[in-house]
Write a protein that binds this ligand. Structure first.
Ligand SMILES: NC(=O)c1ccc[n+]([C@@H]2O[C@H](COP(=O)([O-])OP(=O)(O)OC[C@H]3O[C@@H](n4cnc5c(N)ncnc54)[C@H](OP(=O)(O)O)[C@@H]3O)[C@@H](O)[C@H]2O)c1
Length: 337
């Protein structure tokens, strides 16, 4: 195919924050699909905290992106050419790809974007490709909430956390969210129906947690680790659960991270802490997505997207995840479908 491709390549492994030198934006030729492959054009690129993990060479759940390779990402695109019976021209696919305008997919790397049930492709991709199923399985399978229990959610105004809090409300729980601005606190309480919202950047966290959780904490949905995990450990009820979905307070740390200091309370309170990686649940996505689409159509789950336009915006935009500047699911729009 004639024309130019634009590709973000990993040039340096970040030490601390992602910088302008971490990736470079290259103009290259468009790849040709071989037998068993398709060529697709990028419509949307999901920007996710795990991008920072993939840029590093620390031990992780997938191989790190190799230096000088295209940056890996969760993508949605339109098939332009196919040499595999699994896809035909015009199909909308999503899965693991790269930060590139044109890219090669295989039946192992991408799949057809499933039943969408009245929502736009952009909303379906933003909600159903990664964050919705993560919220659903991590809360329901590991947290196992029961009506009347208290659920504390970190990164509560973010893509995963906002859905976790709403599912916990659907399950009849008392839901407390921690987030980093007054506007985000207002949004999760007034628009999403959280019972309490704590601005962890301005409030005294132990006091605010004690006030918001008069019956202790049954489930702490952890996406941050660090001092918030430590404070929640102190309030955990007997047989409480801590689904560990992420550790965003640590992803940019150049040094080993100490703690948790209240580790002994795991023993005293017989807590269950379990790590979660969404890749373990790929075969159960239809279950999560059907439930989430139904709740969305009933108005019980609301999502908000933070969209930047153009693949060239990706590097600037991804940094927002680690400062809290994003308001909702962060993504790049290259070409609407
Ligand atoms: N295990 C899995 O399979 C899986 C899948 C998806 C996501 N995750 C994890 O889920 C978490 C949320 O991901 P997401 O995609 O929904 O992103 P997100 O919440 O939409 O965006 C990240 C948010 O993290 C908060 N944050 C950044 N630095 C922080 C810090 N030092 N302390 C506390 N909060 C901080 C910021 O919100 P504030 O303004 O509130 O600070 C920021 O907006 C991440 O830890 C991610 O790795 C895990």
């Amino acid at each position: 195919m004639s024309g130019k491709n634009h590709v973000w390549r990993l040039r340096e492994r970040p030490v601390g924050n992602i910088t302008d030198d971490t990736l470079s934006f290259e103009s290259e030729s468009i790849p040709e699909p071989k037998d068993g492959e398709c060529l697709f054009r990028l419509n949307y690129l999901s920007l996710d905290p795990t991008n920072r993990i993939w840029m590093s060479d620390e031990e992780q759940y997938m191989p790190p992106v190799a230096l000088n390779d295209p940056m890996r990402g969760v993508v949605c695109g339109t098939v332009l050419k196919s040499n595999t019976p699994e896809f035909k021209e015009g199909d909308i696919v999503s899965g693991i790809g790269t930060w590139a305008d044109y890219q090669i997919g295989t039946p192992g790397s991408v799949g057809l974007l499933g039943a969408i049930g009245g929502i736009s492709v952009m909303n379906a991709f933003a909600t159903l490709a990664l964050v919705g199923p993560s919220a659903y399985f991590c809360l329901l399978d590991i947290g196992a909430p029961k009506a009347g229990e208290t659920v504390v959610v970190s990164t509560a105004a973010g893509a995963v956390g906002s859905i976790v809090g709403q599912i916990a409300k659907i399950k009849g729980c008392h839901v407390v969210g921690l987030t980093g601005s007054d506007e985000k606190c207002r949004w999760i309480k007034e628009d999403l129906g959280f019972d309490e919202a704590i601005n962890y950047k301005t409030e005294n966290i132990p006091d605010a947690l004690a006030r918001s959780c008069p019956n202790g904490i049954d489930i702490y949905f952890d996406s941050v680790g660090g001092s918030i995990l430590d404070e929640c450990l102190k309030l955990m009820n007997l047989h409480g659960r801590i689904p560990t979905c992420g550790l965003i307070s640590q992803y940019n740390s150049p040094d080993p991270v100490p703690g948790p200091y209240n580790y002994g309370l795991i023993l005293m309170h017989r807590l269950k802490i379990q790590g979660f990686i969404i890749l373990d649940y790929l075969d159960r996505f239809p279950e999560a997505n059907e439930a989430i689409v139904n709740w969305m159509s009933e108005g019980k789950i609301k999502v908000r997207l933070d969209v930047s336009d153009g693949l060239d915006s990706a590097l600037h935009s991804v940094k927002k995840l680690y400062t809290g500047e994003n308001t909702g699911k962060l993504m790049v729009r290259v070409k609407d479908v």
